[in-house]
Design a protein around this ligand. Structure first.
Ligand SMILES: [Cu+2]
Length: 181
């Protein structure tokens, strides 16, 4: 488990300089470039820590066997995330298994986080559109496929369920719900 996290962390670190080198906003002048590169690196470090193991302000990934209830989720090309249950049933301390089916014809993802995490995630997706998620708070689901994510909700932040395929969140592919004690 530990080495898995480090693996993800390293791949994030390795991916960043490549983006910085080839990126559009970078390389105009050396000084500026260096500043951006170092801020990217410290960013990547945070990412590896919070994002890599999936633990964050609204909880952490859990074993499927520890789930107390199951919610069916469908993702559609109309940029909707539909849930089989009323999301107000989500309380801090609950472990919920999400069975996520992509009912559309294009890939979608299902990601669990708070507002800040989803913003970061969306930015990374814009920088690295082909990034495939293996971290515990996001599943990328191919058309017709179903994937499972089990989450232990903790905290009192607002949960943001989102698809961060570029353009999808902006088109309304998210759902906010207050995490209640
Ligand atoms: Cu989507």
């Amino acid at each position: 488990m530990k080495s898995l996290k480090i693996g993800i962390f390293c791949s994030v670190l390795v991916a960043f300089p490549a983006v910085a080198g080839g990126g559009h906003d970078h390389g105009h002048e050396k000084q500026k470039d260096r500043g951006q590169a170092s801020s990217h690196n410290s960013h990547a470090k945070n990412e590896g820590h919070e994002h890599g193991d999936g633990a964050g302000p609204v909880g952490s990934p859990a074993q499927p066997s520890s789930a107390q209830s199951t919610i069916l989720v469908s993702l559609t090309d109309q940029m909707k995330i539909n849930f089989s249950e009323d999301l107000s049933s989500i309380k801090s301390g609950k472990v919920i298994q999400f069975l996520v089916t992509n009912e559309g014809n294009i890939p979608h993802e299902f990601s669990i986080g708070n507002q800040a995490e989803q913003k970061e995630h969306a930015k990374m997706m814009r920088d690295m559109p082909d990034m495939v998620h293996s971290d515990g708070n996001t599943v990328t689901v191919d058309p017709g496929a179903t994937k499972t994510i089990t989450w232990h909700f903790e905290g009192d932040d607002t949960i943001v369920f989102a698809c961060n395929i570029p353009g999808h969140y902006e088109a309304g592919m998210f759902q906010n719900v207050r995490l209640n004690p």
